[in-house]
Design a binder for this molecule. Structure first.
Ligand code: GDP
Ligand code: GDP
Length: 433
């Protein structure tokens, strides 16, 4: 399954407790732009080996009831706009509140799947109390305890039935996502890239409700732009603009092969841009960094070098990423950006034959084997690229658990040196043989 699940509900019902229980590796993205709003989190979760994204829409406001209410309206609005399914969390300890009823009223009108999650059902007594929530008129209830995990299995089973399967691409066209902070120039870039409407080849509804896959032919390339329609939608509330853009990025990145990460050269490769970069990297997408508004930068001979060095420092150790300096305004290097994205797409699809890989890698490994650990020697016997849709390599050896990250990075770098995987994250696995 794939898709985005948003958790909504009034403060203190246990949303973040559930979120933290469900996300892997504690690699949540935290959005804390506004001083009033509580951090909002995005993370990956999986159930039976299938991944989906989870968003804790947060929205805790210190203030009066009516401030709460406004905040929850926004939360729900965000969830309705961006999620594929909604967990509406209520609290068995306190029972139904007026605010729960308000949220339920909003959610009853929504066509997306809504799961009424009754939290803090830690014991049998609470389980009995939980039936009260049928009165919210949202159908089935899912009693859980975020603290001890009970009931979450049933909830996720039900979720798995409604989330789409990870979309299989129906053709071999590159799917590009143009992502970045608000104001980086994404709409301008897309407009410059596409020019007039006549470049649109087809218009097919995407796998998710909101995303529209449109096939373009431009400068001799066929490609799809993921979710271009949504990019023009603006948030109603200013503080939400940044979070909208993160949500938007999550969605578009997940449906893409290559992310064109646009940034405003005058603002630099800041924290929010880095978030989006890591999002793409963790999702194993191809990446091209486009430094836009280069026309606004006062340049000398070293400007490009300096900027590049700075970005590489931040994205280390995954530095094998193309960086193109563009000006959408002056139509500079927009074509180059597209060409580079197409190259990265091909790199991501690259499959190295096993014999060729071993011919190159085994002598390298022999010259520099993994360091011995506790007197034990690791012998790597062969390697192969796994048949996945992004590059993953398995190295078979006697003691896989003895091979540590620095050596894996060495292997990755050697692969990158001999085969072109520029712009593409690579996974290295050690397997027992
Ligand atoms: P949020 O504001 O909705 O994100 O709520 P939090 O996740 O911060 O939780 C609010 C409080 O409820 C915390 O003190 C949690 O420890 C507590 N809590 C969360 N889940 C459970 C649960 O399943 N059972 C009980 N008894 N307490 C819980
Ligand atoms: P989006 O929010 O990322 O879609 O950004 P927009 O495409 O709406 O652009 C934001 C602002 O930056 C607009 O005023 C654009 O005209 C301006 N802009 C976009 N690209 C460039 C550029 O290359 N140079 C300059 N100077 N301005 C740009």
């Amino acid at each position: 399954m794939s898709g985005i699940v948003a958790i909504v509900g009034r403060p203190n019902v246990g949303k973040s407790t559930l979120f933290n229980r469900m996300i892997q590796r504690r690699e949540a993205i935290v959005d804390s732009v506004s001083g009033v709003t509580r951090d909002r989190h995005y993370g990956k979760s999986d159930w039976n080996g299938k991944e989906f994204s989870l968003i804790d829409t947060g929205g805790y406001v210190v203030g009066s009831e009516d401030v709460f209410e406004k905040e929850i309206d926004r939360q729900v609005e965000l969830a309705i706009a961006e999620a594929d399914a909604i967990f509406f969390m209520v609290d068995a300890e306190t029972g139904i509140t007026g605010m729960d009823e308000d949220v339920a009223r909003l959610l009853r009108k929504v066509e997306k799947p809504v799961f009424l999650v009754v939290n803090k059902v830690d014991n049998a007594k609470r389980r009995e109390d939980a039936v009260e929530f049928y009165n919210l008129g949202l159908g089935e209830i899912y009693p859980i305890s975020s603290i001890n995990g009970s009931g979450t299995g049933e909830l996720l089973d039900a979720l798995a039935l409604v989330l789409p399967d990870a979309a299989l691409p129906e053709d071999d066209l590159p799917r590009f996502a143009v992502v970045g902070r608000p104001n980086a120039g994404k709409s301008s870039f897309i407009n410059a890239l596409l020019g007039e409407e006549r470049y649109i080849v087809t218009d097919v509804a995407g796998t998710t409700r909101d995303s529209i896959d449109t096939t373009y032919n431009r400068f001799g390339f066929d490609f799809k732009l993921v979710d271009t329609a949504g990019i023009r939608r603006k948030a109603k509330v200013k503080e939400d603009l940044e979070f909208y853009s993160v949500m938007r990025s999550v969605r578009t990145i997940e449906h893409s092969d290559v992310c064109l990460l646009l940034l405003d050269a005058t603002r630099g490769f800041d924290g929010q841009v880095q978030n989006i970069f890591w999002l793409a990297q963790r999702n194993n997408k191809g990446i091209v960094i486009l430094v836009n508004k280069w026309d606004l930068v006062e340049k000398d001979t070293d400007s490009v070098k300096e900027f590049t060095r700075h970005i590489k420092e931040v994205i280390s150790p995954f530095t094998d990423v193309p960086i193109v300096f563009i000006s959408v305004k002056n139509k500079q290097r927009v074509l180059k950006a597209l060409e580079t994205a197409v190259e990265v797409y091909h790199n991501r699809a690259r499959r190295v034959p096993t014999s060729k890989l071993n011919d190159i890698m085994l002598p390298i490994i022999e010259r520099r084997p993994p360091p011995s650990l506790k007197g034990k020697y690791v012998k790597i016997k062969f390697c192969t690229q796994l048949p996945t849709n992004y590059p993953q390599f398995a190295f078979f050896c006697n003691l896989p658990q003895y091979v540590k990250d620095p050596y894996k990075r060495f292997l990755e770098n050697q692969i990158r040196e001999h085969f072109d995987f520029t712009g593409v994250p690579i996974s290295i696995f050690m397997r027992k043989k």
